[in-house]
Design a protein around this ligand. Sequence first.
Ligand code: DON
Length: 541
Amino acid sequence: MARQPALGQHAMVVAQEPLAADVGLAVLKAGGNAVDAAVAVGFALAVTYPFAGNLGGGGFMLVRSADGRTTFIDFREKAPLSASRNMYLDTGGKLTKDSIVGWRACGVPGSVRGFGLAHQKYGHKPWAELIDPAIQLAAAGYPVTYQFSQSLIAGTNSNKLLSQFPESKRIFLSSHYGDTLTQPELAATLTRIRDKGPGDFYEGEIAHKLAAAMEANGGLITLDDLKQYQAVERTPLRGHYRDYEVITSPPPSSGGIGILQMLGMLDGSGYEKAGAGSAASIHYVAEAMRRFYADRSEYFGDPDFVKVPGTKLLDPRYISSRRASIDVQHVTPSQQIRPGNLGPYESTETTHFNIVDSEGNAVAVTYTLNGGYGNGVTVPGLGFLLNNEMDDFAAKPGEENMFHLIQGEANAIQPGKRPLSSMTPTILTHDGKVFMVLGAPGGSRIINGVLQVILNVVDFHMNVQDAVDWPRFHHQWMPDQLYLEKGISPDTVAILRGMGHKIAPYENTNPVVARVEAIVNDNGWLQGGADGRGNAKAEGY
Ligand code: DON
């Protein structure tokens, strides 16, 4: 834990794949603003980081302009119009794998519309200039890195997934470490998007080809689904933690309410006095996590379909009552924690990047195919992978999804609805200026990863690189397990066990609590923290 942050006096990019980070920096140096750079990085990652970068997925972009204006661009996928509540149950009512693997797992993709909307409203540079670098990377190819090749070797889940679909197998499983991966079909698709605009993906030739491939393979997405898809702007959530304003992700993300609720439980508790990495501080934060995730299981869904009781969930009196139920010495077992009583209530492998430009505009983007390489399908002739975002719904309310999340009726499948997300792009400001920009992939662990990096900077005064590299932990109410990353001392683990925590063994779980990317503005010096858990790059100038 002794790496220096990347430094920049003007601008900074942090992204999970170095070639895409370079694309973003080049756009900034050529006079593009943070949104221009974000769009260019988004398209580049679709080529250089097919694990999660995408045209066939969706996500969120949080923007804070230097003048203080903010927006949240929601380009989350939607359930196809022919989707239905029980579509992933077999005749015996059991959950199938169809929400995870193959054509039927795909929600209507939003990324191309999202980048189109962001560029049209907030970008300066010509659209074509932002896609050209991605076209170049797809057409000329790039060397397959160690990390990329390792994610594809025989025996890995990704290899098993992609082997099932001939086009994916042909494109991704034939290249090895050091080979040049070219993607001519993807280059052609990107060229159409460059020349015809984002509309081609939703109404033009790309849309027709995608809809025809869906029909031929038992997928649900039709031309109508694509034509109707719109990215939308929503108002970001705002709250305070100590001297900072926190600007974060509203529903259909559960993350922003989660961050604000957990910060609210911690604020004034004095938890930080025990020090970073101490059993007492881990315990207290884990108890706050457990309480938020219980609420997440019940109250959250697409705000266009269900009323998410955000005001009540963030009411300081409600948060105080949740805080008051935390025992500083002992675990409260999850069975004893229910989603909070809010009073009368009307029911009615992702990737993240951050950019700050020389004017002080800040952008945080998390977008995803959901699982690594999505549903495994590359659309023949179009060269891009499809998402399995339908698994983020409660395909059977009350039963676990891929991330072991239990979710409720508010997140049941309905045609045209967006599945609930944990993606949490977040920006902190101080004295009216951007102080911190961050976010992460990691499924249900995203919210807790983002929370801990904020705490490491604000409460434990770490520099941004230490803050992202520092070992993390995760509790999501159910299963009632505390997941610990490597690096937390065995003595601390023993104390936590003594308090009643059930510690998930490292071996039995993916031991990584999100890969968080962050930028901190340290009195005019931009510091970039690229999470050492992956192959990310932070670079500024
Ligand atoms: O939106 C969500 O919450 C998930 N689809 C995110 C998936 C993810 O982060 C996978 N990456 N590790």
